[in-house]
Ligand binder design. Structure first.
Ligand SMILES: Nc1ncnc2c1ncn2[C@@H]1O[C@H](COP(=O)(O)OP(=O)(O)OP(=O)(O)O)[C@@H](O)[C@H]1O
Ligand SMILES: CC(=O)N[C@H]1[C@@H]2OC[C@@H](O2)[C@@H](O)[C@@H]1O[C@H](C)C(=O)O
Length: 366
């Protein structure tokens, strides 16, 4: 009887504050931690300019460093947004990654699960990445286990791939013929390279806006000669996955585009995001039947066209498969929260490079 109750689906609420620093996504998902039963309501709260500046100022900081207003911003914005979902039975709280250095200092997500549980009067699962890093894994990406469930949900029968184009890009190759995400050969996942973060930084510095909306500026520019080849020489691209990145792991990008016109710089950074995905696709065990793209980059037609032109498989927004490309990460942390509650793994050798499937996360109970 206990086993049966434990396997019952829950309405879990996942929340993600991503590396692009645009805002917080929240989404309800009904799941037993294995299958998706239903997708629920979702919400978004953009950071104000002041809030974003506070987060930007704390990037690269570790616990104990001077974080300014960033902790208050993360806590308050999540509390406000998540309070709009009283039907949630459990919360998966990713927080805001400030620093990620799995082979060095570890991984640091800002956000206090104990305080959020008290505010929301709900059990909160948080600190999803630390245990994986402690056990020798990359601690990222973690969405792949959820991508496996999505592949089953959409009825895929052949290997497919999911690409998230957020601040950083990450790719998950899924073999839906496997029974479970922790099975050997079910998943291969890794961060592909920078995606929107360098482009956002360029747009903020040169134009005072948050992003190259619609790829409008990149569409007017030319990709600089030789830059893509030079960029792909970075050690990261020859490393065998799994592998992961911090938001600002390619500081040389600022230098690479510093002498270019605004439009050429935007075109070049957009192309860099696309070529790192192309390079990454070569690591897939077999070519995926299609590439399903989520994250804000799927709204950039220049980035999408560059990808489609450089890949052999069809490239499409996840919406074409009936999924919500703005909410996939938030839904992933709802899914992972239920897995943590049930003591099930959330990463595996193929997703973070840990030696064996492992769980993680802390549970703050009310
Ligand atoms: N209409 C648009 N045109 C061009 N780019 C867009 C558009 N909408 C969103 N973006 C880009 O997508 C970004 C947001 O993407 P997303 O929300 O997927 O990132 P994130 O979740 O913060 O990052 P990560 O997945 O790396 O944690 C924006 O900062 C912007 O660069
Ligand atoms: C350390 C960290 O926060 N990494 C993020 C980031 O944003 C995209 C990419 O880099 C991915 O590795 C990860 O987020 C997603 C949700 C993940 O863990 O799957």
């Amino acid at each position: 009887m206990k086993g049966k109750i434990e396997a019952e689906p829950l309405w879990a609420l996942g929340a993600m504050s991503g590396t692009s620093l645009d805002g917080v996504d929240a989404a309800l998902l009904q799941t037993d931690g294995r299958r998706i039963f239903a997708f629920g309501e979702a919400g978004y709260r953009a950071y104000s300019d002041d809030e974003r500046a506070a987060l930007r100022g704390a990037l690269g900081c570790w616990p104990g460093d001077e974080l300014g207003k960033a902790p208050e911003v993360v806590q308050r914005v999540h509390a406000e947004l998540l309070a709009e979902f009283p039907q949630a039975e459990l919360v998966g709280f990713h927080g805001q990654t400030l620093a990620h250095d799995p082979r060095g200092r570890g991984t640091h997500q800002l956000g206090d699960g104990d305080a959020l549980a008290e505010t929301l009067a709900r059990d909160v699962v948080w600190d999803f990445r630390s245990n994986d890093v402690t056990l020798g894994g990359e601690g990222a990406p973690l969405a792949p286990f959820f991508h496996f469930a999505c592949a089953k949900w959409i009825g895929a029968t052949q290997p497919i791939a999911f690409l998230n184009l957020g601040g950083v890009g990450n790719l998950t190759w899924v073999d839906p013929r496997c029974d479970a995400p922790e099975d050997e050969g079910a998943l291969l996942a890794f961060d592909t390279g920078p995606a929107n973060a360098p482009l956002n930084d360029l747009m903020a510095a040169r134009r005072g806006v948050d992003c190259d909306r619609g790829g409008a500026l990149a569409a007017q520019g030319q990709v600089a000669d030789g830059v893509l080849e030079q960029f792909l020489e970075a050690d990261y691209f020859s490393r065998v996955p799994p592998k992961s990145l911090d938001r600002d792991d390619f500081p040389m990008l600022r230098e690479i585009v510093s002498d270019l016109s605004d439009a050429d710089a935007a075109a070049t950074l957009t192309a860099l995001a696309a070529v790192s995905v192309m390079q990454g696709m070569a690591h897939c065990p077999v070519p995926p039947e299609r590439l399903l793209v989520s994250g804000g980059g799927r709204r950039n037609p220049v980035m999408m066209a560059m990808l489609a032109a450089g890949l052999d498989c069809s490239v499409m927004a996840v919406e074409e498969a009936g999924l919500d490309g703005d909410m996939l990460e938030a839904q992933a942390f709802a899914y992972l929260a239920v897995r943590v509650l049930r003591g099930w793994p959330t990463s595996a050798p193929g997703t973070t490079g840990v030696a064996a499937p492992v769980g993680g996360g802390r549970i703050s109970r009310v």
